[in-house]
Ligand binder design. Sequence first.
Ligand code: ZN
Length: 198
Amino acid sequence: MPPQMTPLEPGRGLLYMPDMAIRPILLHPDPRLKKVCDPVDTVDTGLRSLIDDMFETMYDAPGIGLAAPQVGILSRILVMDCAKGEEEEPAPIAMINPQVLWASDELNVHEEGCLSIPEEFNDVERPSQVKVSYLDLDGVLQSLDCDGLLATCVQHEIDHLDGKLFIDYLGPMKRQMITGRMKKRKKEKARTAQSRTA
Ligand code: ZN
């Protein structure tokens, strides 16, 4: 594992704890996905248990990143695991109050998707490398140099904390089409849930 990665120490027990819970993921359009989130004041047990839930929710989806507003918590927290494929070791990273310290002039186009906008994928252009500072699970300030998929993912997740979605980078026509399809899907989902409980 490259030294710039900061995986959780083994034995911390963050993953697969019996009391972890999968939280429902908010779907676009939802006003909570458009809000600028508040910085976290204290890193405590409650916050760590929320992060446990976020990891479980992300792995269950499955996805490579999840931001707190996607589970309805308007705080500046994100989790990621950009390890690819079965053969690669898991590389969970949790970031509290993340901030982009530096972004490269060089840009990179990556096809992005979002757990809050399922089944929609589009090319988004972003800086190909970024340096990010954040608090870790012990409240200690860390920084991480990101490139490749990790750079795309961390920028996508930090955008969530500012109420920005990847479809905001697309033209208005494309964005409206996706939002229209999502509204329809949400309606169908609500109807199915209703008929199940009826
Ligand atoms: Zn997303």
